[in-house]
Design a protein around this ligand. Structure first.
Ligand SMILES: *[C@@H]1O[C@H](CO)[C@@H](O)[C@H](O)[C@H]1NC(C)=O
Length: 377
């Protein structure tokens, strides 16, 4: 290790990586909740290209033109040995993303963006996502980029074992109607659930800042089922007292949670969705609560006390295990609606842009934005 006073330690330098692998290797030591986007999306690309091809390849097959998938951009600015900022672009369909670790002083963003602007060809950027402060710093450093107003804004937040807490007050009032017609089970999705879940995933995706076409959705769901990172809510119709065995085994899919952005310390809840006819029964909350606990390896997946306080009148059985990626220190997610933010906060996520870690004084959340980009001729 060089001493802190070594002149090189204070110099910012840019590294443009030749491959996603090289990027991951260099950036992994800085894996934390703020890096979940920058690192996790690149790691997801790596794991999907070793199985059935990246989304980019799929799109190119469909387009039938460009034979080569987009090469991607994997760049990072370091100050001495410390990571300051990354810019990543994994597939054509997705935006370029800026990310920085929780340890970074925001005053370094302007010089880091000046380096990016001086050394990278930014002309291919169509959409730019990342922490608001980083996006503004890049736009200031690159006056030839024209940005739209944010097309999407959310709070990037997280939960850890430290932030998990039992609900402070029961959330009854979810379901005012008596929900006696179904019993629910939350568990890993199975192979045969992939096709029926496409309908729900497309409904979710319709509100997403980067909606996916159905063949991509199906592939993502199938990969996620195989990796055990897709949880579903099964809805069984209550049957009559005669107890028809076949009918009892049939279920509808009422909702799902899809995980993504797998890094060694973190993962993200990418989608949370409950079908309209099964809403207002506390299903989203009990799903998020139980899956988050399973991801963090919380000793008790979900207590009966919690179940009771959350589920209201719905009859829910929770049967979730740790994801196939293993348990993590942090679960990350993006939340854009205040009503949904309250659910996540009840589940132990810190959803507050001003919140600081009491031990380190570092921010726990950041504001994530997405903007459309054009370039001056
Ligand atoms: C997920 O992350 C863990 C920890 O880094 C790693 O061991 C595993 O291979 C990853 N899985 C996939 C499918 O990328």
């Amino acid at each position: 290790m060089m001493a802190n006073t070594h002149p090189l330690d204070s110099a910012l330098h840019l590294v443009v990586f030749a491959s996603a692998q090289d990027f991951v290797q260099a950036v992994q030591p800085f894996d934390d909740e703020f890096m979940n986007f920058g690192l996790g999306m690149v790691m997801d690309t790596l794991s999907s290209s070793t199985s059935q091809g990246t989304e980019a390849e799929v799109l190119h097959e469909i387009a039938g033109s460009n034979a080569h998938p987009t090469e991607g951009t994997f760049a990072a600015v370091f100050k001495g040995q410390q990571l300051v900022l990354t810019m990543t672009h994994t597939t054509k369909r997705l935006p370029h993303f800026l990310s920085y670790p929780t340890t970074v002083s925001l005053s370094l963003l302007a010089p880091a963006c000046a380096l990016l602007t001086a050394s990278l060809d930014l002309a291919s950027i169509r959409q730019l996502g990342g922490p608001k402060e980083a996006i503004i710093a890049l736009l200031n450093a690159a006056p030839s980029l024209r940005a739209t107003a944010p097309t999407f804004a959310a709070i990037a937040c997280s939960a850890s074992l430290k932030t998990l807490s039992p609900p402070t007050s029961p959330s009854h009032g979810h379901g005012d109607e008596a929900n006696t017609d179904y019993r629910y089970e939350i568990c890993f999705a199975r192979d045969e659930d992939a096709l029926p879940l496409v309908v729900l995933a497309l409904a979710f995706s319709a509100h997403s800042p980067w909606p996916s076409p159905s063949h991509v959705v199906l592939r993502i769901l199938r990969d996620a089922i195989a990796a055990r990172v897709l949880y579903a809510v099964r809805a069984y119709k209550h049957c009559g007292p005669t107890g028809d065995q076949t009918a009892a085994e049939q279920y509808d899919l009422a909702g799902y949670i899809l995980l993504g952005r797998n890094t060694s310390r973190t993962l993200a809840i990418r989608n949370v969705f409950v079908a309209t006819e099964h809403r207002r029964r506390g299903l989203a909350e009990i799903m998020v609560r139980s899956v988050t606990r399973a991801c963090l390896g919380a000793p008790n997946p979900v207590t009966s006390e919690e179940l009771e306080s959350v589920q209201g009148t719905a009859d829910v059985k929770v049967n979730v295990g740790a994801p196939g990626w293993g348990t993590k220190s942090v679960v990350c997610l993006l939340v854009s609606e205040p009503a949904v933010a309250r659910i996540y906060a009840r589940c132990g996520f810190v959803v507050d842009l001003d919140a600081k870690d009491p031990a380190t004084g570092r921010s726990l959340c950041y504001g994530q934005e997405l903007r459309g980009i054009t370039m001056d001729a």
